[in-house]
Design a protein around this ligand. Structure first.
Ligand SMILES: Nc1nc2c(c(=O)[nH]1)N[C@H]1C(S)=C(S)[C@@H](COP(=O)(O)O)O[C@H]1N2
Ligand SMILES: [Mo]
Length: 319
């Protein structure tokens, strides 16, 4: 396994940090000269395009867990991102040359503000926040990740969905030249996911653009990916290029591939086993060989925030 030690990564980060500071000072000056371009005290989300650059003005959140964080190395070398291969370290190895710029996000369907947006323009109106969340993969491993992102609820509201919009669907980039894993039909590309509009506008849902205060690495879904921490990891779709407001439940990749194993809801649930393994407990990545598996929590421990969304729903049927 080719794993870069954190000590090998640092010098480039220091360089990008300097570049970033220059760019930011420039933008600040521009904002002042330009008058009321920004709301007072808020500059909006500025995401430098350099790899590993430090993200500016990241706020804290009461929604963060205080559990021990997984290391940057764990989070960025043990991944699921089939567009870059199906092995756990394939995304780390095969996504290095991926260029997540320029990046266009298309919004369509039942919303007033549809169209194509440059990544920078898309995220500019929103504040960056750190959200330290548990991530529970359907394969029964878990991590704690300090994401940096913007509120999906705020994004959805700003796009002004109409009363017909019952779901929000997402699509990953489809480009087998840039994403070599797409040359094999392991999934019906592009990767697709979706949420009900109530799930998408829950406080916990974010679009992540960073990890550990820095620009999100390619293997984790650069430049922008969904994070819905009460659901199995496969719902948290990476490298998003399309957001669609739909009236009907969108088709989603793992559900299309094996509907009896992966449902649309995919809420973390220790009482509903996967047909081929138990979901009662999980292996915390990085915990060490002799640490026992830990019990899985209902809704991955986020029941207080999300249980009301599923009142009256049979969670065994709607897995
Ligand atoms: N486009 C895309 N998004 C994806 C995946 C994928 O293969 N392709 N894998 C999913 C799965 S199964 C998990 S567990 C998480 C893993 O996120 P991480 O690698 O950042 O920990 O990403 C999800 N998002
Ligand atoms: Mo996963």
């Amino acid at each position: 396994m080719l794993i870069k030690k954190p000590s090998d990564i640092l010098p480039s980060e220091i360089t990008s940090e300097t570049n970033y500071l220059n760019r930011r000072q420039f933008i600040r000056a521009g904002a002042i000269a330009g008058g009321a371009a920004f709301a007072p005290g808020a500059l909006g989300a500025l995401v430098p395009d350099q790899r590993g650059a430090v993200l500016p003005d990241v706020g804290k959140s009461p929604l963060s867990t205080d559990e021990d964080l997984n290391s940057y190395e764990d989070i960025t070398t043990y991944n699921n991102f089939y567009e870059f291969g199906t092995g756990k370290d394939d995304p780390y190895r095969n996504a290095q040359d991926f260029e997540p710029r320029p990046w266009t996000i298309t919004v369509d369907g039942h919303a007033e503000k549809t169209g194509s947006f440059h990544f920078d323009d898309f995220i500019k109106p929103f504040d960056l926040e750190e959200r330290i969340y548990r991530l529970r993969c359907v394969e029964a491993w878990s991590m704690v990740v300090p994401w940096v992102g913007i509120s999906l609820a705020e994004v959805v509201k700003s796009l002004k969905p109409t009363s017909k919009a019952k779901y929000v669907a997402f699509e990953t980039l489809h480009d087998p030249v840039r994403m070599p894993g797409q040359r094999r039909r392991v999934l019906d590309w592009p990767y697709r996911e979706g949420l009900t509009i109530e799930e998408a506008t829950n406080d916990l849902s974010i679009l992540a653009v960073g990890i550990y205060g820095k620009v999100i690495p390619n293997q984790n879904g650069a430049p922008i990916r969904l994070v819905v921490p009460w659901k199995y990891g496969f719902k948290s779709i990476k490298s998003i290029v399309r957001i669609s407001f739909t009236e009907r439940r969108p088709r989603t990749s793992w559900n299309m591939s094996a509907p009896q194993e992966y449902g649309f809801y995919a809420n973390v649930n220790p009482d509903v086993d996967h047909p081929r393994w138990s979901q009662a407990n999980e292996r915390r990545i990085g915990a060490g060989l002799f640490t026992p598996r830990q019990p899985t929590q209902m809704f991955n421990g986020y029941g207080e925030q999300v249980a009301h969304l599923y009142k009256g729903l049979d969670l065994r049927r709607n897995y």
